[in-house]
Design a protein around this ligand. Structure first.
Ligand code: 5AD
Ligand code: SF4
Length: 447
């Protein structure tokens, strides 16, 4: 590869989960420290970071088509950008990327991206570099301080997963469970608030497994961390995601009833409604134990909005077993949910299991499941019409004078009137669609 000049502009493109969004922001901050600025909207960047997702085959394949598209555009413009592949595809297929895509000069895994600046120095000299080491937690200490952020920010508190669900690549791409230290998290949360955050979502592949020691040296779990973060002045809302049913303890359930700043929303993936399928998935919960857990959360916080993840067509799933998933959906009444067709991932036990389900069957099941989930989402939204609630304004809406934000139940709400990004405003919910609600801004009452 030919030597090139140092990049002046960058673009970080994150795919997949919220943790990738967080990692993308941290990489952007690091590039900023190097004096590289974001490429203006619509313009080509000198450095493109593809922050990839490996969770399903479609997501993983996207990286190669993106690389092809970027190099083609570079060839047409007579100027090839530097390309870095980061994220979980980098971790899982680093060598393959280097072999398959000569246009890529850097491959950096999710635990190694703090070393991106060194790799960039090499890339500028025409050397290609791969770094997919997994040093425990070293990354965070090496990253620059948080100085800029959105009103609704992410904060990674935990990474990795020890659960080894048989379909999932995460334990391989993100490694073993690691909790970031308590004091680092309190510090980062305060910095985010100083930088303008009003809401923080605590992130982890298995966030409820977070554990640490508070400043007195006492062991604390996620509930204790949330309790202490709720004391941070200026922080108005706390959320967390994603949880595994096996790690939800009584303290966390109680926290939902006791901490006002903890929003009434819970994302708790169930994946399937059949106990046989759940066992084959190595999920360690049954449909019944999951429903019982939700009862506990709902008792603590009756207006809790529920969200989940589902996989249809896991190997061996029969029609009758799929019906059990639909029955569970009917029973729960989710406010929103994510659903996917099973995608065999190399190296995972389920990829070689007997009874792989034909695509047409998966298509049909997904359609039926999504119809049920969409029905419930609309019903949930309609149920909130007539209520007044606080909305955190996150951005301008499509039309002039329109604003878009989130309700406590994570619904998108738009309204018109005097407001600005970062405001927490009182809104009456007046009309519900499947994906958003219309609100009416309440006039501010003079103090
Ligand atoms: N195929 C389909 N969906 C998957 N997920 C994880 N692995 C796979 C796979 N191999 C889904 C699960 C998980 C969400 C993040 O992605 O539902 O909760
Ligand atoms: Fe994957 Fe299961 Fe861990 Fe979630 S809990 S990241 S689905 S292995």
């Amino acid at each position: 590869m030919k030597p090139t000049t140092s990049p002046k502009t960058y673009k970080v493109k994150s795919f997949g989960c919220q943790m990738n969004v967080y990692d993308g922001e941290r990489m952007a901050e690091m590039l900023g420290e190097q004096g590289i600025v974001p490429a203006p909207e619509g313009e080509d960047a000198d450095l493109v970071v593809l922050n990839t997702c490996h969770i399903r085959e479609k997501a993983a394949e996207k990286v190669y088509s993106d690389i092809g598209r970027i190099s083609k555009a570079g060839a047409e413009a007579g100027k090839q950008p530097l390309i870095a592949v980061a994220g979980c595809v980098a971790q899982a297929e680093g060598e393959e990327i280097m072999a398959r895509a000569p246009a890529v000069s850097m491959v950096v895994g999710p635990q190694a991206y703090h070393r991106l600046p060194e790799m960039l120095d090499k890339a500028v000299k025409g050397e290609r570099a791969t770094d997919t080491d997994m040093p425990a937690i070293a990354k965070f200490a090496a990253l620059p301080e948080r100085r800029r952020t959105a009103p609704a920010s992410f904060l990674t508190v935990q990474e990795g997963c020890d659960k080894f669900c048989t379909y999932c690549v995460v334990p391989y791409t993100r490694g073993a469970e690691i909790s970031r230290p308590y004091s680092d998290l309190v510090t980062e949360a305060k910095k985010l608030v100083d930088a303008g955050a009003k809401e923080i979502t605590l992130l982890g592949q298995n966030v409820s497994a977070w554990s640490g020691e508070n400043e007195k040296g006492h062991p604390v779990g996620l509930a204790g961390l949330i309790r202490d973060l709720a004391k941070v002045d200026g922080l108005a809302r706390i959320r967390y995601t994603t949880s595994h049913p096996a790690d939800m303890d009584d303290e966390l359930i109680a926290a939902h009833g006791e901490i006002d700043k903890l929003m009434p929303f819970l994302h708790l993936p169930v994946q399937a409604g059949s106990d046989r399928v759940l066992k084959a998935m190595n999920r360690s919960h049954t449909a019944e134990s999951y429903l019982k857990l939700l009862d506990g959360f709902r008792a603590a916080r009756p207006d809790l909005a529920l969200s989940g993840d589902f996989i249809v067509g896991f190997p061996g799933e029969t029609d009758a077993e799929f019906e059990e998933t639909l029955a569970l959906v009917d029973e729960v009444g989710y406010a929103q949910a994510f659903s996917f067709k099973y995608s065999p991932r190399p190296g995972t036990p389920a990829a070689t299991m007997d009874g792989q389900v034909p695509k047409v069957v998966m298509d049909e099941r997904l359609q039926r499941l999504q119809a049920a989930l969409n029905r419930d989402q609309l019903a949930f939204n309609k149920n909130t019409v007539g209520r007044g609630c606080e909305v955190l304004v996150e951005r301008k809406g499509k039309h002039p004078g329109q604003w878009l934000g989130k309700s406590p139940w994570l619904q998108s709400v738009w309204f018109e009137g005097r407001a600005q990004i970062g405001d927490l405003v009182q809104v009456d919910l007046v009309e519900a669609g499947p994906n958003s609600l219309a609100g009416k801004l309440r006039e501010a009452v003079a103090a």
